[in-house]
Design a binder for this molecule. Sequence first.
Ligand SMILES: [Zn+2]
Length: 191
Amino acid sequence: MQCPVCHYTNSRVLESRSAESGKSIRRRRECLQCQHRFTTYERIEFVPITVMKRDGKRESFDRSKLLRGMVRACEKTGLSASDLESIIDEIEAELQQRSQREIPTQEIGELVLQRLKSLSEVAYVRFASVYRQFQGIRDFAEALNHFQRDCENGKAVELAPNSEDSASSCEDSAIEAPPSLCSASLLGSQH
Ligand SMILES: [Zn+2]
């Protein structure tokens, strides 16, 4: 690391500690030539994530859009905004570490569902109903059965003949819940 004063490239680390809630390491350094002290931060490289929509269009991963959809699906389920934020943090971190740079919309939806499943049945089914665009009560019942089987078996097991097409019927816009599913929009009513 080049000294900002004399541009000498060797320095000695005096102190290292975690910063920005563990997202970076702060290092206090001393230049080996002029003894000037300076601070550096080390972070995981940020790589932009591109989301591939079902119509083939691409857009940047937008966490606030995803959060809005999740907040609506998770209303009155006991999940707090910070629960949902941490789910998104985890998903974003996971996507960042993939070699694949373009992530299909439906894959992001499935990552959300995986996490909601262990937290709240209601939130899981509601999010699934919006995001997978349920056509009627049959789809809804299937998702519920799926959820129960997954809980009993500890992992997904396909038993119903039609259950595997559910993931392919999802729509990009479904990440955001339509107002009809919400008794009251959380946007504006809280915070
Ligand atoms: Zn120096």
